[in-house]
Design a protein around this ligand. Structure first.
Ligand SMILES: Cc1ncc(COP(=O)(O)O)c(C=O)c1O
Length: 381
């Protein structure tokens, strides 16, 4: 027998009561009963996004929500600034180029957050830039970008949008859409929302809806104006992911009950505990200056093959963490702490990491990381 633990940055574990809700008999989506569920989920999503605007619920993964932002807000030839600090920043640029947008790539060293001052000077020199595309949490590097500072550069201008991939940020740390003036924000169901993959949620500001009126990119399935019209009738343009929406309604009720502030505090505590643990173990964090509260990445010690380590953690220890991507393949391990994750999940992750590293010959004093995490995790009790 081997018990399995899922501590990767998505998909994340699904709570039992949410699984049970999604296991209820299938229902038809064009009914008053389902419309009520859809409407409640959409209301809950506004609370999550901290917005008075509509939040669209799409049957897609997060990337679908990102693509929809590009095709609904811009036109071929429009100039956009893509903050590229990892795999997902790269994705913003790839999607934009696919639709003929004129991408200004702003490369940020992996593991670092963007410097808002640099972005400010780019915008000052180029008034044609109509959008900034960025990750709140660049999951591939575990670094956070400074969304509040970036929002100050765009919120008082009506000719530029701030588009935030909040896929591992929303419901993890504070991203108050209306207060900061974020124009478009995307999340996916399989991260902090404690659901299986398959839903993308997208919130748009009034300014963004005005851009949507001007956009001429080709689109069919991801037609935000069509979705918004349907949302007014508590439904979606096409068949919604019925079971996932039923689960979403429950998760959003849970989040409201816990309170967003408490949700953020919990994630922050788990993140701080994980950071303290890896530092106590003598590991170097990959994003020490601007770590996101969603996941913590570390470089594996010299002589350890990170790919084999992650595989052994999964297959021998039963603990699924994530490895590094691209330039960090085989060099990095990422411990996720978002979604349905609490104190003892962190203990398991750290304890397994210590044991696996020792097995792989790294100099590790067992229990040192766990003890450091415990000191912080105890704050909750
Ligand atoms: C920051 C970020 N953006 C985009 C994505 C892509 O989302 P999906 O795989 O749901 O399309 C992910 C997934 O891990 C992510 O973490």
């Amino acid at each position: 027998m081997k018990k399995k633990y899922l501590l990767a940055p998505g998909p994340t574990p699904v709570p039992e009561h949410v699984s049970l809700e999604m296991a209820l008999p299938m229902q038809h989506h064009r009914t008053p009963q389902f419309s009520k569920i859809f409407g409640e989920a959409a209301e809950g999503a506004k609370y999550l996004f901290q917005t008075r605007q509509d939040v669209l619920i799409l049957a897609a993964t997060g990337t679908g929500g990102m693509e929809g932002c590009v095709t609904n807000l811009f036109s071929s030839g429009d100039k956009v600034l893509v903050i590229n600090g990892g795999k997902f920043g790269e994705r913003w640029g790839e999607i934009s180029e696919t639709y003929g947008l004129n991408v200004v790539w702003h490369n940020v060293e992996w593991g670092k957050g963007a410097d808002a001052k640099e972005i400010e000077s780019i915008l000052a020199q180029d008034k044609e830039i109509k959008g900034i595309m960025v990750q709140a949490s660049e999951t591939s590097t575990t670094a956070a970008h400074p969304i509040e500072a970036l929002s100050k550069l765009t919120r008082d201008r009506d000719d530029i949008l701030l588009i935030v991939d909040g896929i591992t940020g929303v419901g993890v740390f504070n991203l108050p859409m209306d207060e900061w003036g974020i124009d478009a924000m995307v999340t996916g169901s399989q991260k902090s929302l404690e659901l299986p993959p398959g839903l993308a949620l997208v919130g748009l500001s009034e300014k963004a809806w005005k851009f949507a009126d001007q956009s001429t990119c080709p689109r069919f399935y991801f037609d935000f104006k069509k979705e918004r019209k349907n949302l007014a009738n508590q439904t979606s343009a096409y068949t919604p992911a019925v079971s996932l929406v039923a689960g979403l309604r429950v998760v959003l009720q849970d989040i409201k009950e816990e309170g967003l502030d408490n949700v953020f505090k919990r994630h922050n505590r788990l993140a701080r505990a994980t950071r303290a643990a890896v530092q106590a173990m003598g590991l170097a964090m990959v994003a020490p200056d601007s770590p996101a509260d969603s996941a913590t990445g570390v470089f594996v010690p010299e002589g350890v093959d990170g790919g084999k380590l992650v595989k052994s953690l999964r297959d021998d220890f039963g603990v699924t963490l994530a490895g590094g991507q691209d330039q960090w393949k085989g060099k990095v391990v990422r411990v996720a702490h978002l979604g349905y994750v609490d104190t003892f999940d962190i203990i398991i992750a750290i304890s397994a990491l210590e044991m696996a590293l020792k097995k792989f010959g790294a100099k590790i004093q067992l229990g040192k990381g766990v003890a450091a995490a415990q000191e912080i995790l105890l704050e909750a009790y």
